[in-house]
Design a protein around this ligand. Structure first.
Ligand SMILES: Nc1ncnc2c1ncn2[C@@H]1O[C@H](COP(=O)(O)OP(=O)(O)O)[C@@H](O)[C@H]1O
Ligand SMILES: [Mg+2]
Length: 470
């Protein structure tokens, strides 16, 4: 009686555990099936027992079952499929352990399995979601409440140059230590729930290049409104930002150009007569008269005004240059002749690396020379005595690039953003027009001027000009 009761109790327990249980004897025949196993597979005990054999479990798994049966080695939690009456294979997580008798002799195996369909469905949803995320070109990063990166889509990989595997499970601030503005917003969102939209921020990519982003943050909550973390999205607007900057620059130039055209001549003409009269006056004094010094100063100041006007006038030059086809290498040869004595005077090591193939461009030679001289003068002024300037010409398929690499002090960031502005100068004697004029000229030639500069290392100006078509 006692044993009957406890048998029934045991059976009830085995049936109420939400795990399918099947036991096999040492020949691999089914000896026991619990109710859960019946409901998962849709077969009843008799039907399952009629299969009789371990081999009815799906192909690959049978091996594992036999292994446990023959060597007593258990296997835990392997994912597989179990046959069902409806013909659908049901995803399950299975474990097999040896079944021992009172003498610790193996008499069969116990296989337990849990229905894994829900897990598989979730996994499919997750895969689907990440597929969608990867097709968004914006960067999407998810963080948990500790600020640890839990998701990093392909857009984020492309924008930052970092791969998801190298940033996942790391703290956001360790991966992007310089994005302070974004970090502050993230903390704010995590701690106060305040979200931000389209905040403009600058981040550095793997090559240390500045990228401009519009950043938005969003609190991630589950169905019970518990905060799970934050989602940060960022849209790369670097190109738009650069274009806008160029437009601003061109607009400024256009205004200055008009101004120059209208006023420069008006100033220059009276200046010429003032200069003439001063020279006349100057002649009236003896060589040792103290007034002579005043005239010298007046004349030198007038010359300086004249220099400014001359550069200023360049800005108003007709926008259509006087074009002819010429090898930039030969233009550079002229420049070499012109600047070598200057370089010697300042004790500057001036090197030329001309291109092996001709760099034929259609340019206004005088204007292009003016640009090269401006850039060389700037480099000389930056490096001071004992500097070094290397000028290299390289030709590509569509354009040629003329690099001016100096080893001067470099340009601080706040200066760098302004050097092309008219009248912006950091020099006592500067006009702040050299680069403005150069920019305008190169722009009129369909080219670009780029600048890389690192403080303490030097500055490189790159002039790119389109090669002439045959
Ligand atoms: N090679 C260079 N190295 C360092 N700073 C430079 C260099 N070229 C230009 N700059 C900076 O850009 C500013 C503007 O140059 P520019 O337009 O030629 O005017 P200016 O030479 O009259 O100052 C300079 O005052 C200087 O601060
Ligand atoms: Mg200059």
């Amino acid at each position: 009686m006692q044993t009957k009761d406890s048998d029934r109790l045991r059976e009830r327990i085995l049936d109420s555990i939400p795990v399918g249980i099947v036991t096999y004897d040492s020949q691999g025949n089914v000896t026991y099936v619990n109710k859960v196993a019946e409901s998962i597979t849709g077969y009843n005990l008799d039907e399952i027992q009629s299969f009789q054999n371990i081999n009815h479990v799906l192909n690959g798994d049978a091996e594992i079952f036999w292994k446990t049966l023959q060597s007593g080695q258990p296997f835990f939690g392997f994912e597989s499929y179990c046959p069902s009456k409806s013909g659908i294979e049901i995803p399950v997580v299975t474990s097999t352990v040896p079944l021992l008798d009172d003498n610790n002799e193996q008499v069969g195996i116990v296989a337990t399995f849990i229905d894994n369909s829900e897990m598989n469905r979730l996994r499919a949803v997750e895969e689907h979601a990440s597929l969608i995320l990867d097709h968004i070109s914006d960067g999407v990063v998810t963080l948990n409440t500790e600020g640890i990166i839990t998701g990093f889509n392909r857009g984020a990989e492309e924008i930052t140059g970092l791969s998801a595997s190298e940033v996942k499970n790391r703290k956001f601030e360790d991966v992007f230590p310089l994005a302070q503005l974004v970090l502050d917003k993230l903390h704010e969102t995590i701690h106060t729930g305040r979200e931000c939209k389209d905040l403009k921020a600058e981040i550095k990519d793997k090559q240390d290049r500045a990228r401009f982003m519009l950043v938005s943050t969003r609190v991630l909550r589950n169905r019970n409104h518990t905060v799970l973390g934050v989602m940060v999205t960022f849209k790369d607007v670097t190109i738009q930002e650069l274009l806008e900057e160029q437009i601003r620059q061109s607009e400024k130039l256009a205004v200055i150009g008009e101004l120059a055209a209208g006023t420069a001549h008006e100033i220059r003409n009276p200046l010429t007569s003032v200069k003439g009269f001063i020279q006349l006056l100057d002649r009236k004094y003896e060589n040792d008269a103290p007034e002579k010094e005043y005239f010298r100063i007046i004349l030198s100041e007038l010359n300086r005004v004249n220099d400014i006007i001359r550069e200023f006038l360049l800005l108003s030059k007709p926008t259509v240059p006087n074009l002819r086809k010429i090898d930039i290498n030969s233009v550079m040869e002229d420049i070499r002749t012109l600047m070598t004595s200057d370089a010697l005077l300042h004790n500057i090591d001036l090197q030329f690396e001309l291109s092996k193939t001709p760099a034929i461009c259609e340019v206004d030679v005088e204007q292009i020379k003016q640009v090269f001289i401006n850039l060389i003068r700037n480099a000389f002024e930056a490096t001071g005595l004992n500097g070094k300037l290397t000028i290299a010409i390289n030709t590509g398929m569509e354009e040629c690039e003329i690099c001016f690499m100096d080893n001067g002090p470099g340009i601080p960031k706040e200066v760098l953003s302004r050097i092309f502005e008219p009248f912006y100068t950091t020099k006592n004697e500067g006009t702040g027009l050299g680069l403005t004029v150069s920019y305008r000229i190169i722009q009129n030639h369909g080219g670009t001027i780029l600048v890389d500069s690192e403080e303490g290392k030097g500055t490189t100006f790159r002039v790119r000009l389109p090669l002439a078509r045959n």
